[in-house]
Design a protein. Structure first.
Length: 367
């Protein structure tokens, strides 16, 4: 669009390590070729993920991190905002950090300041509920536009009242469906690369090794399931601080030859094709892009009750509690690997990037 030629947007993320919010930024921004995008991040990036941002034409700028260099962090960010001639600052952090990002952008004279919430943590402790409510106040004051990736994240980030009054814009974590189509060649290539036989039943997970992803549950589940299913493999894609702990657990259970740690991948598309079922036993989720991607691949999915129902867009998703692995094992036993993967029946196309990136592009328009 010609009217976008002079628009300059600064995205703000914690880091470039392969998280969901980073993928959201990449998916949307790579569609808007006429808008100039800079991206500020703090922590040491994953080279593979950074390469994808560079390939999309997004200018990535590392700034001092807030933990070790708080004053330098704030000053560097403000200086970039002031000199960047930006029309929009779009922050993807949480309450407090979105607040000071938008405050610094306001001081720098940037008129359009977007705070985008990606978390869905709902505290039950009265003190934490009060703290969350207080943390929303400065964010609402300094941000001109309030965004969230889904209804659960909207309530968590902005409050139920703001959502009911229509003050929050829901921007889905959309993807390009064509990228995630099932591929027989990719299935064969990935399985051959990791020594997985064609007739093995592959249970998979894609996600960082963080507590909320519940990898320990996955290993416990697979340990029980594999006792009576020798032709089964567990394929874990991702990395993170708990990876060594999970690898030790796998060794303790004698599963080294049946569990594949594939690490962080620049492109996970082929890995979905290599799997026969995806597990997502998360303790909390705002909007798991992995689940949407897997469904477009035609992959059956078993998820925890913590996963938002809005992300279920096929009939191949089953939600179970995570208090016991036995129901999960029972469901795995009933799954057949002979399932139509090439033409999944998508019930809702709201996560198709081709249909919804215009919403964000319009928001970026200079008024």
């Amino acid at each position: 669009m010609s009217q976008n030629k002079n628009i300059r947007v600064c995205q703000v993320l914690h880091g470039i390590v392969g998280g969901g919010s980073e993928q959201v930024v990449l998916n949307y921004c790579s569609r808007m070729h006429d808008i100039h995008f800079d991206l500020l991040f703090q922590y040491e990036p994953n080279p593979q993920i950074l390469e994808r941002f560079n390939e999309a034409g997004i200018n990535c700028i590392q700034i001092p991190d807030k933990v070790h260099h708080p004053l330098k962090h704030l000053w560097t960010m403000f200086r970039i905002f002031r000199k960047g001639n930006y029309n929009v600052v779009h922050s993807h952090l949480d309450w407090f950090m979105n607040s000071y990002v938008c405050f610094l952008a306001m001081l720098a004279g940037i008129k359009k300041r977007i705070a985008h919430h990606h978390q869905a943590y709902h505290p039950t402790n009265p003190l934490l509920i009060l703290l969350c409510a207080l943390m929303r106040i400065p964010c609402k004051l300094f941000a001109t536009h309030w965004l969230a990736c889904g209804e659960a994240a909207a309530i968590n980030g902005w409050g139920r009242s703001a959502v009911k009054k229509g003050k929050v814009t829901i921007l889905p974590n959309a993807i390009d469906p064509d990228r995630f189509k099932f591929s027989e060649s990719a299935r064969h290539e990935i399985r051959e690369r990791y020594g997985i036989n064609d007739d093995d039943f592959v249970i998979g997970h894609v996600g960082r090794f963080y507590p909320e992803k519940n990898h320990e549950f996955i290993v416990e589940l697979f340990s029980e399931y594999s006792q009576n299913h020798s032709c089964s493999k567990l394929l874990l894609v991702g990395n993170g601080p708990l990876q060594a702990e999970i690898q030790n657990l796998v060794k303790q259970k004698g599963l080294e030859n049946k569990v594949v740690f594939a690490g962080q991948q620049k492109n996970v598309v082929g890995f979905y094709s290599a799997m026969d079922v995806l597990l997502l036993p998360s303790t909390r989720e705002a909007f798991p892009m992995t689940l949407v991607e897997a469904q477009y691949n035609g992959l059956p999915c078993i998820v925890s009750n913590a996963v938002p129902k809005e992300t279920s867009i096929t009939d191949n998703v089953l939600a179970l509690p995570i208090d016991n692995v036995k129901p999960w094992c029972g469901k795995l036993k009933s799954l057949s690997v002979v399932i139509e993967r090439k033409n999944p029946q998508i019930k809702n196309e709201r996560f198709d990037i081709r249909k919804c990136y215009g919403m964000l592009e319009s928001l970026y328009q200079v008024v």
